[in-house]
Ligand binder design. Structure first.
Ligand SMILES: Nc1nc2c(c(=O)[nH]1)N[C@H]1C(S)=C(S)[C@@H](COP(=O)(O)O)O[C@H]1N2
Ligand SMILES: [Mo]
Length: 410
Protein backbone atom coordinates (compact mmCIF):
# COMPACT_ATOMS: atom_id res chain seq x y z
CA UNK A 1 0.00 0.00 0.00
CA UNK A 2 1.38 3.42 -0.90
CA UNK A 3 1.20 5.99 1.86
CA UNK A 4 0.08 9.57 1.31
CA UNK A 5 3.67 10.79 1.65
CA UNK A 6 4.95 8.34 -0.96
CA UNK A 7 2.20 9.45 -3.32
CA UNK A 8 3.06 13.11 -2.73
CA UNK A 9 6.79 12.56 -3.26
CA UNK A 10 6.20 10.49 -6.34
CA UNK A 11 3.80 12.98 -7.92
CA UNK A 12 4.97 13.94 -11.37
CA UNK A 13 5.37 17.60 -12.09
CA UNK A 14 4.59 19.18 -15.46
CA UNK A 15 7.77 19.66 -17.48
CA UNK A 16 8.73 23.01 -19.00
CA UNK A 17 8.46 23.37 -22.80
CA UNK A 18 11.19 21.62 -24.73
CA UNK A 19 11.96 24.90 -26.51
CA UNK A 20 13.82 25.96 -23.34
CA UNK A 21 16.23 23.11 -23.78
CA UNK A 22 19.14 25.25 -24.96
CA UNK A 23 22.87 25.42 -24.23
CA UNK A 24 23.96 23.15 -21.38
CA UNK A 25 20.39 21.93 -21.01
CA UNK A 26 20.69 20.05 -24.31
CA UNK A 27 21.04 16.29 -24.26
CA UNK A 28 24.67 15.16 -24.22
CA UNK A 29 26.19 18.54 -23.35
CA UNK A 30 28.65 17.03 -20.91
CA UNK A 31 30.78 14.34 -22.42
CA UNK A 32 33.72 13.96 -20.04
CA UNK A 33 33.71 10.52 -18.38
CA UNK A 34 35.03 12.33 -15.31
CA UNK A 35 31.51 13.48 -14.53
CA UNK A 36 30.79 9.86 -13.66
CA UNK A 37 29.10 8.29 -10.69
CA UNK A 38 32.41 6.67 -9.93
CA UNK A 39 34.40 9.96 -9.74
CA UNK A 40 31.61 11.63 -7.76
CA UNK A 41 31.51 8.79 -5.21
CA UNK A 42 35.27 8.55 -4.84
CA UNK A 43 35.82 12.28 -4.47
CA UNK A 44 32.83 12.36 -2.12
CA UNK A 45 34.38 9.69 0.07
CA UNK A 46 37.49 11.80 0.70
CA UNK A 47 35.45 14.96 1.16
CA UNK A 48 33.08 13.19 3.54
CA UNK A 49 36.01 11.91 5.62
CA UNK A 50 37.53 15.40 5.79
CA UNK A 51 34.17 16.85 6.86
CA UNK A 52 33.68 14.18 9.51
CA UNK A 53 37.12 14.63 11.11
CA UNK A 54 36.70 18.38 10.91
CA UNK A 55 33.28 18.18 12.57
CA UNK A 56 34.38 15.93 15.42
CA UNK A 57 37.51 17.94 16.21
CA UNK A 58 35.50 21.17 15.99
CA UNK A 59 32.97 19.75 18.42
CA UNK A 60 35.77 18.87 20.86
CA UNK A 61 37.06 22.43 20.70
CA UNK A 62 33.56 23.79 21.27
CA UNK A 63 32.99 21.51 24.29
CA UNK A 64 36.28 22.54 25.90
CA UNK A 65 35.34 26.21 25.58
CA UNK A 66 31.68 25.75 26.60
CA UNK A 67 31.74 22.66 28.83
CA UNK A 68 28.35 21.16 29.72
CA UNK A 69 28.11 19.46 33.12
CA UNK A 70 28.93 16.00 31.80
CA UNK A 71 32.07 17.07 29.97
CA UNK A 72 35.55 17.29 31.44
CA UNK A 73 38.71 17.85 29.41
CA UNK A 74 41.95 16.55 30.96
CA UNK A 75 45.15 18.55 31.53
CA UNK A 76 47.26 15.83 29.96
CA UNK A 77 48.63 14.85 27.55
CA UNK A 78 49.72 18.44 27.05
CA UNK A 79 49.75 18.09 23.24
CA UNK A 80 46.27 16.61 22.76
CA UNK A 81 44.40 19.83 21.97
CA UNK A 82 47.29 20.93 19.78
CA UNK A 83 46.73 17.73 17.82
CA UNK A 84 42.92 17.84 17.58
CA UNK A 85 42.79 21.52 16.66
CA UNK A 86 45.67 21.17 14.19
CA UNK A 87 43.66 18.37 12.59
CA UNK A 88 40.52 20.52 12.58
CA UNK A 89 42.16 23.29 10.60
CA UNK A 90 44.19 20.95 8.35
CA UNK A 91 41.14 18.87 7.35
CA UNK A 92 39.08 22.03 6.86
CA UNK A 93 41.71 23.47 4.55
CA UNK A 94 42.15 20.18 2.66
CA UNK A 95 38.37 20.10 2.20
CA UNK A 96 38.47 23.31 0.15
CA UNK A 97 40.08 21.79 -2.98
CA UNK A 98 38.13 18.55 -2.44
CA UNK A 99 34.88 20.52 -2.26
CA UNK A 100 35.65 22.36 -5.50
CA UNK A 101 36.63 19.11 -7.26
CA UNK A 102 33.46 17.42 -6.07
CA UNK A 103 31.34 20.33 -7.31
CA UNK A 104 33.06 20.07 -10.68
CA UNK A 105 32.39 16.35 -11.02
CA UNK A 106 28.67 16.75 -10.33
CA UNK A 107 27.79 20.20 -11.71
CA UNK A 108 26.27 18.81 -14.95
CA UNK A 109 23.42 17.59 -12.73
CA UNK A 110 22.44 21.24 -12.36
CA UNK A 111 21.31 21.11 -15.99
CA UNK A 112 19.35 17.91 -15.66
CA UNK A 113 16.22 17.77 -17.85
CA UNK A 114 13.43 18.05 -16.86
CA UNK A 115 14.62 20.29 -13.97
CA UNK A 116 12.09 18.78 -11.57
CA UNK A 117 10.38 15.62 -12.71
CA UNK A 118 8.72 14.83 -9.40
CA UNK A 119 8.19 16.25 -5.93
CA UNK A 120 10.90 13.95 -4.56
CA UNK A 121 13.38 15.39 -7.10
CA UNK A 122 12.56 18.91 -5.89
CA UNK A 123 13.14 17.87 -2.26
CA UNK A 124 16.40 16.14 -3.12
CA UNK A 125 17.67 19.12 -5.14
CA UNK A 126 16.80 21.50 -2.30
CA UNK A 127 18.67 19.29 0.18
CA UNK A 128 21.75 19.57 -2.03
CA UNK A 129 21.37 23.33 -1.92
CA UNK A 130 21.55 23.16 1.90
CA UNK A 131 24.56 20.83 1.71
CA UNK A 132 26.50 23.02 -0.69
CA UNK A 133 25.48 26.22 1.11
CA UNK A 134 26.40 25.02 4.61
CA UNK A 135 29.61 23.37 3.37
CA UNK A 136 30.74 26.49 1.51
CA UNK A 137 29.84 28.65 4.50
CA UNK A 138 31.96 26.53 6.88
CA UNK A 139 35.00 26.45 4.62
CA UNK A 140 34.79 30.16 3.87
CA UNK A 141 34.19 31.43 7.43
CA UNK A 142 36.88 29.08 8.76
CA UNK A 143 39.35 30.44 6.21
CA UNK A 144 38.44 34.03 6.99
CA UNK A 145 38.85 33.38 10.70
CA UNK A 146 42.35 32.07 10.08
CA UNK A 147 43.04 35.35 8.31
CA UNK A 148 41.41 37.27 11.23
CA UNK A 149 39.15 38.97 8.70
CA UNK A 150 35.56 39.51 9.86
CA UNK A 151 33.70 41.56 7.25
CA UNK A 152 30.35 40.43 8.63
CA UNK A 153 28.02 41.40 11.44
CA UNK A 154 27.64 38.04 13.16
CA UNK A 155 29.80 36.42 15.81
CA UNK A 156 32.03 33.93 14.00
CA UNK A 157 32.22 31.22 16.67
CA UNK A 158 28.47 30.76 17.20
CA UNK A 159 27.68 30.80 13.49
CA UNK A 160 30.50 28.40 12.66
CA UNK A 161 29.32 26.04 15.39
CA UNK A 162 25.66 25.87 14.35
CA UNK A 163 26.41 25.80 10.63
CA UNK A 164 28.69 22.86 11.43
CA UNK A 165 25.66 20.88 12.65
CA UNK A 166 23.72 21.93 9.57
CA UNK A 167 26.55 20.81 7.28
CA UNK A 168 27.13 17.43 8.93
CA UNK A 169 23.35 16.82 9.01
CA UNK A 170 23.12 17.62 5.31
CA UNK A 171 26.03 15.24 4.63
CA UNK A 172 24.19 12.45 6.49
CA UNK A 173 20.97 13.08 4.53
CA UNK A 174 22.92 13.19 1.28
CA UNK A 175 24.77 9.93 1.97
CA UNK A 176 21.48 8.26 2.93
CA UNK A 177 19.67 9.51 -0.16
CA UNK A 178 22.51 8.60 -2.52
CA UNK A 179 23.36 5.25 -0.91
CA UNK A 180 22.70 3.16 -4.06
CA UNK A 181 24.75 5.47 -6.30
CA UNK A 182 27.55 5.64 -3.72
CA UNK A 183 27.63 1.86 -3.41
CA UNK A 184 27.85 1.51 -7.19
CA UNK A 185 30.45 4.26 -7.46
CA UNK A 186 32.70 2.79 -4.79
CA UNK A 187 32.36 -0.86 -5.80
CA UNK A 188 35.32 -2.41 -7.55
CA UNK A 189 34.88 -2.61 -11.29
CA UNK A 190 32.91 -5.68 -12.27
CA UNK A 191 31.11 -5.87 -8.94
CA UNK A 192 29.56 -2.46 -9.62
CA UNK A 193 26.56 -3.90 -11.39
CA UNK A 194 25.98 -6.60 -8.81
CA UNK A 195 25.91 -3.95 -6.09
CA UNK A 196 23.27 -2.11 -8.08
CA UNK A 197 21.10 -5.20 -8.15
CA UNK A 198 21.56 -5.87 -11.88
CA UNK A 199 21.56 -9.35 -13.36
CA UNK A 200 24.88 -10.94 -14.21
CA UNK A 201 24.63 -10.05 -17.86
CA UNK A 202 23.54 -6.44 -17.30
CA UNK A 203 26.28 -6.05 -14.71
CA UNK A 204 28.97 -7.31 -17.04
CA UNK A 205 27.76 -4.97 -19.73
CA UNK A 206 27.71 -1.94 -17.43
CA UNK A 207 31.17 -2.81 -16.08
CA UNK A 208 32.55 -3.06 -19.60
CA UNK A 209 31.10 0.32 -20.54
CA UNK A 210 32.41 1.97 -17.34
CA UNK A 211 35.86 0.51 -17.73
CA UNK A 212 36.10 1.47 -21.35
CA UNK A 213 34.96 5.03 -20.72
CA UNK A 214 37.42 5.43 -17.92
CA UNK A 215 40.44 3.81 -19.46
CA UNK A 216 39.88 5.59 -22.76
CA UNK A 217 40.42 8.87 -21.04
CA UNK A 218 43.98 9.66 -20.07
CA UNK A 219 42.15 12.21 -18.00
CA UNK A 220 41.18 9.84 -15.19
CA UNK A 221 44.77 9.53 -14.01
CA UNK A 222 45.31 13.25 -14.58
CA UNK A 223 42.23 13.95 -12.48
CA UNK A 224 43.45 11.87 -9.54
CA UNK A 225 46.95 13.37 -9.76
CA UNK A 226 45.59 16.92 -9.99
CA UNK A 227 43.29 16.35 -7.02
CA UNK A 228 46.17 14.92 -4.99
CA UNK A 229 48.43 17.82 -5.95
CA UNK A 230 45.74 20.35 -5.00
CA UNK A 231 45.16 18.86 -1.58
CA UNK A 232 48.91 18.30 -1.08
CA UNK A 233 49.78 21.88 -2.00
CA UNK A 234 47.16 23.37 0.33
CA UNK A 235 48.31 21.13 3.18
CA UNK A 236 52.04 21.62 2.63
CA UNK A 237 51.78 25.41 2.51
CA UNK A 238 49.73 25.69 5.70
CA UNK A 239 50.36 22.76 8.03
CA UNK A 240 53.71 24.23 9.14
CA UNK A 241 51.68 26.60 11.31
CA UNK A 242 51.42 23.78 13.81
CA UNK A 243 54.01 21.25 12.58
CA UNK A 244 57.13 23.31 13.19
CA UNK A 245 59.58 21.35 10.94
CA UNK A 246 57.39 22.44 7.98
CA UNK A 247 57.37 26.08 9.10
CA UNK A 248 59.76 27.10 6.32
CA UNK A 249 57.33 26.11 3.53
CA UNK A 250 54.23 27.32 5.35
CA UNK A 251 53.92 30.35 3.06
CA UNK A 252 50.11 30.56 3.24
CA UNK A 253 49.71 30.52 7.02
CA UNK A 254 49.61 33.87 8.81
CA UNK A 255 51.69 32.57 11.72
CA UNK A 256 54.62 30.18 12.05
CA UNK A 257 55.94 28.56 15.25
CA UNK A 258 59.08 30.29 16.49
CA UNK A 259 58.39 33.53 14.63
CA UNK A 260 57.38 36.49 16.80
CA UNK A 261 58.59 38.43 19.83
CA UNK A 262 60.53 36.10 22.18
CA UNK A 263 60.29 33.40 19.52
CA UNK A 264 56.50 32.98 19.74
CA UNK A 265 53.68 34.31 17.51
CA UNK A 266 51.25 36.86 18.98
CA UNK A 267 47.48 36.80 18.53
CA UNK A 268 46.33 39.97 20.32
CA UNK A 269 48.87 42.73 20.93
CA UNK A 270 49.09 44.77 24.13
CA UNK A 271 48.39 47.89 22.11
CA UNK A 272 45.16 46.59 20.60
CA UNK A 273 44.06 45.23 23.99
CA UNK A 274 44.92 48.68 25.48
CA UNK A 275 47.16 47.26 28.21
CA UNK A 276 50.25 49.39 27.76
CA UNK A 277 50.78 51.23 31.04
CA UNK A 278 51.41 48.60 33.69
CA UNK A 279 53.06 50.48 36.57
CA UNK A 280 54.66 49.63 39.93
CA UNK A 281 51.19 49.69 41.52
CA UNK A 282 50.30 46.47 39.67
CA UNK A 283 48.88 43.77 41.97
CA UNK A 284 47.83 40.18 41.40
CA UNK A 285 44.78 39.44 43.55
CA UNK A 286 43.78 35.91 44.54
CA UNK A 287 40.35 35.91 46.16
CA UNK A 288 39.82 33.34 48.91
CA UNK A 289 39.53 32.83 52.67
CA UNK A 290 43.08 34.22 52.87
CA UNK A 291 42.94 36.89 50.16
CA UNK A 292 46.30 37.61 48.52
CA UNK A 293 47.30 40.90 46.98
CA UNK A 294 50.73 40.39 45.47
CA UNK A 295 53.22 42.78 43.92
CA UNK A 296 55.66 41.40 41.34
CA UNK A 297 58.29 41.14 44.10
CA UNK A 298 55.87 39.15 46.28
CA UNK A 299 55.20 36.83 43.36
CA UNK A 300 58.93 36.34 42.78
CA UNK A 301 59.25 35.10 46.37
CA UNK A 302 57.08 32.03 45.58
CA UNK A 303 58.80 28.86 44.28
CA UNK A 304 59.53 29.40 40.58
CA UNK A 305 58.77 26.60 38.08
CA UNK A 306 59.66 26.11 34.46
CA UNK A 307 57.41 24.21 32.04
CA UNK A 308 57.58 23.53 28.33
CA UNK A 309 54.00 24.00 27.06
CA UNK A 310 52.36 24.91 23.74
CA UNK A 311 50.09 27.80 22.86
CA UNK A 312 47.41 26.46 20.50
CA UNK A 313 45.30 29.10 18.86
CA UNK A 314 41.89 27.85 17.70
CA UNK A 315 42.82 29.31 14.31
CA UNK A 316 45.24 26.47 13.83
CA UNK A 317 48.72 27.78 14.63
CA UNK A 318 50.49 26.37 17.63
CA UNK A 319 53.96 26.57 19.12
CA UNK A 320 55.87 25.20 22.06
CA UNK A 321 57.54 27.57 24.46
CA UNK A 322 59.34 27.51 27.80
CA UNK A 323 57.43 29.29 30.54
CA UNK A 324 58.60 30.34 34.00
CA UNK A 325 56.37 31.39 36.86
CA UNK A 326 54.40 30.33 39.92
CA UNK A 327 52.06 27.34 40.03
CA UNK A 328 48.44 28.45 40.07
CA UNK A 329 47.69 25.70 42.61
CA UNK A 330 50.41 27.01 44.98
CA UNK A 331 48.69 30.41 44.96
CA UNK A 332 45.25 28.84 45.49
CA UNK A 333 46.60 26.87 48.47
CA UNK A 334 48.23 30.02 49.87
CA UNK A 335 44.85 31.80 49.57
CA UNK A 336 43.25 29.03 51.64
CA UNK A 337 41.53 27.28 48.71
CA UNK A 338 41.64 23.62 47.65
CA UNK A 339 44.14 23.13 44.80
CA UNK A 340 41.40 21.95 42.43
CA UNK A 341 39.15 24.99 42.90
CA UNK A 342 37.50 26.11 39.69
CA UNK A 343 38.49 29.74 39.16
CA UNK A 344 37.97 32.66 36.80
CA UNK A 345 41.13 34.42 35.67
CA UNK A 346 40.71 38.09 34.75
CA UNK A 347 42.86 40.41 32.69
CA UNK A 348 43.86 44.05 32.96
CA UNK A 349 42.28 44.31 29.51
CA UNK A 350 38.96 46.04 30.03
CA UNK A 351 37.03 45.03 26.95
CA UNK A 352 37.03 41.98 24.74
CA UNK A 353 35.72 38.47 24.77
CA UNK A 354 38.99 36.91 25.87
CA UNK A 355 39.73 39.22 28.80
CA UNK A 356 38.86 36.36 31.14
CA UNK A 357 38.66 32.58 31.20
CA UNK A 358 37.49 29.79 33.47
CA UNK A 359 40.01 27.26 34.72
CA UNK A 360 38.35 23.89 35.41
CA UNK A 361 39.56 21.62 38.26
CA UNK A 362 41.87 19.38 36.15
CA UNK A 363 43.79 22.45 34.96
CA UNK A 364 43.62 24.42 38.24
CA UNK A 365 45.19 21.52 40.14
CA UNK A 366 47.72 20.57 37.46
CA UNK A 367 51.27 21.18 38.70
CA UNK A 368 52.09 22.36 35.17
CA UNK A 369 49.59 25.24 35.17
CA UNK A 370 51.49 28.49 35.77
CA UNK A 371 50.89 32.14 36.25
CA UNK A 372 53.92 32.89 34.13
CA UNK A 373 56.19 35.91 34.27
CA UNK A 374 58.91 34.61 31.94
CA UNK A 375 59.00 33.20 28.42
CA UNK A 376 61.89 31.46 26.65
CA UNK A 377 64.41 32.71 29.19
CA UNK A 378 63.47 36.38 29.50
CA UNK A 379 60.71 38.36 31.28
CA UNK A 380 57.36 38.39 29.44
CA UNK A 381 57.09 41.11 26.82
CA UNK A 382 53.89 43.21 26.74
CA UNK A 383 52.47 41.35 23.72
CA UNK A 384 52.79 38.00 25.49
CA UNK A 385 51.01 39.23 28.62
CA UNK A 386 53.42 41.25 30.81
CA UNK A 387 53.44 41.20 33.77
CA UNK A 388 51.60 37.87 34.35
CA UNK A 389 49.81 35.45 32.05
CA UNK A 390 48.10 32.11 32.47
CA UNK A 391 49.61 29.09 30.75
CA UNK A 392 47.97 25.70 31.28
CA UNK A 393 48.58 22.36 29.57
CA UNK A 394 46.18 21.05 26.88
CA UNK A 395 44.01 24.15 26.59
CA UNK A 396 42.87 26.37 23.67
CA UNK A 397 44.84 29.60 23.20
CA UNK A 398 41.77 31.76 23.79
CA UNK A 399 41.76 30.42 27.35
CA UNK A 400 45.44 31.28 28.02
CA UNK A 401 44.61 34.69 29.44
CA UNK A 402 47.25 37.43 29.19
CA UNK A 403 47.83 40.45 31.50
CA UNK A 404 46.27 38.61 34.46
CA UNK A 405 45.39 40.67 37.51
CA UNK A 406 42.74 38.70 39.39
CA UNK A 407 41.84 35.08 40.21
CA UNK A 408 38.40 34.41 41.71
CA UNK A 409 36.88 31.06 42.79
CA UNK A 410 33.67 30.29 40.85
N1 LIG B 1 43.59 39.14 27.86
C1 LIG B 1 43.68 38.42 26.71
N2 LIG B 1 44.33 37.25 26.71
C2 LIG B 1 44.43 36.52 25.57
C3 LIG B 1 43.86 36.97 24.37
C4 LIG B 1 43.18 38.20 24.38
O1 LIG B 1 42.64 38.67 23.38
N3 LIG B 1 43.11 38.90 25.58
N4 LIG B 1 43.98 36.20 23.22
C5 LIG B 1 44.16 34.75 23.43
C6 LIG B 1 44.44 34.02 22.22
S1 LIG B 1 43.20 33.92 21.07
C7 LIG B 1 45.60 33.31 22.03
S2 LIG B 1 45.81 32.29 20.72
C8 LIG B 1 46.73 33.44 23.00
C9 LIG B 1 47.99 33.73 22.24
O2 LIG B 1 49.03 34.04 23.12
P1 LIG B 1 50.29 34.84 22.55
O3 LIG B 1 49.76 36.05 21.85
O4 LIG B 1 51.14 35.15 23.75
O5 LIG B 1 50.98 33.90 21.62
O6 LIG B 1 46.48 34.46 23.94
C10 LIG B 1 45.19 34.44 24.50
N5 LIG B 1 45.13 35.34 25.61
MO1 LIG C 1 43.71 32.32 19.60
Amino acid sequence: MTSGLDRLLGARLPGPPDALRQGPLREGSFTSPLHSERRAARTGLWLGLAFLVCFVTGLISHLIQNPPGWFSWPASPTWLYRFTQGLHVATGLAAIPLFLIKLWTVYPKLFEWPPAGSVSRVVSRLSILVLVGAGAMQLLTGLMNIASWYPWGFFFTTTHYWTGWLAIGAVAVHVGAKAPEIRRGLARRGTAGAAAGLTGEQAAERAAVDTEAETQSVSRRAFVVAAGLGVGAVTLTTVGQSVSPLGAVSVLSPRIPGVGPQGLPVRQTAERAKVTDVGPDYRLVIEGPNRLELSLDDLAAFPQRTERLPITCVEGWSANATWTGVRLSDLLAEAGLPRDTEVVVESLQEKGLYRQSTVAPPHASSPRTLLATGLNGSPLEPDHGYPVRLIAPNRPGVMQTKWVTKVTPV
